[in-house]
Ligand binder design. Sequence first.
Ligand code: PRP
Ligand code: URA
Length: 210
Amino acid sequence: MSGKVHVMDHPLVAHKMTILRDKNTSVKDFREIVSEIGMLITYEATRDLPLTTKEVETPICTTTAPTLKGKKFAVVPILRAGLGLVDGVLQMVPGARVGHIGMFRDEETLEPHVYFCKMPKDIAERDILIVDPMLATGGSAEAAITEMKKRGCTNIKLMVLLAAPEGIERIQTSHPDVNIYCGAVDDHLNENGYIVPGLGDAGDRIFGTK
Ligand code: PRP
Ligand code: URA
């Protein structure tokens, strides 16, 4: 069975995605909105976090109320564009640890190469949320998931802003245990591996490098 794809069905996300798509959106606004959408998708991606209960004293009486079980959680941005999503995740899950995975794509083959990987020591015991704004061919996310599995991780989710059907299919084939959370799914990839209609190069737009 392949992993599930959760596409955000929410007017706030739809509105913010349109601002990201606009080529005239400033670097400042682009960066802020990437983070905001990251926060909103995290809300959906953490829906299954386990709860326990504790006793609290309200101003009225004592009651038993839900509280997070405190399961170990880590957010793993794929460098560099994934960094743009980290703050949004941490606003929702402030206690999360952060692991970094550096990856660049060969410009001709579009295949990714891992050049950096720094994880918390107990990463194998943590639930993992890999974050990257774009799932295009799926090569980068596929390699990042493989890298996390090599380190013993068994509970992995992938969160992206925008996905292409080609990338979704690749992850569902190579990592059927990984559920994908995304802001929107676009039409197709062009001959350069860009998502169409897309939003351009996410890293360049977050960091203002073009
Ligand atoms: C972008 C994006 C993903 C990757 C997606 O990164 O942030 O990591 O492309 O493409 P794929 O699904 O075909 O692998 P890029 O390689 O441009 O690097 P950057 O983060 O440094 O901008
Ligand atoms: N990476 C990006 O940043 N944008 C795309 O459309 C595809 C890959």
